[in-house]
Design a protein around this ligand. Structure first.
Ligand SMILES: [Zn+2]
Length: 104
């Protein structure tokens, strides 16, 4: 994306137009809309949130199989959402399926 204001190293004081979230795989900050949201509902159920509107605590992941693998290997989803209890395999399966769709 091209810089609009000359591209100095200074941080702009204006608020950002898009909220940013950190990917739990690579740790990069990206626009929320560029990330997949994984949400833990108030009932403790983990699911993928494609609308960004499900209630509960969220974790974010790039549309990248590499980020998914890194996050899975390091158990980042449970670290972020369900400390002390494992993330169901079905959640990982659904995520992987979604990401492979993108790669195809
Ligand atoms: Zn990432």
């Amino acid at each position: 994306m091209p810089e609009k204001n000359g591209g100095t190293a200074k941080q702009p004081l204006k608020p950002k137009k898009f909220p940013e979230r950190k990917c739990i795989g690579c740790g990069e900050r990206k626009k929320k809309t560029d990330l997949i949201r994984i949400v833990r509902s108030p009932e403790g159920e983990i699911s993928l949130d494609f609308t960004g509107r499900k209630p509960g605590r969220g974790a974010y992941l790039c549309h990248s199989v590499a980020c998914f693998r890194a996050a899975r290997k390091a158990h980042r989803i449970e670290q972020n959402l369900t400390p002390g209890s494992p993330v169901p395999e079905s959640v990982y399966d659904a995520l992987e399926e979604e990401l492979q769709k993108d790669d195809a």
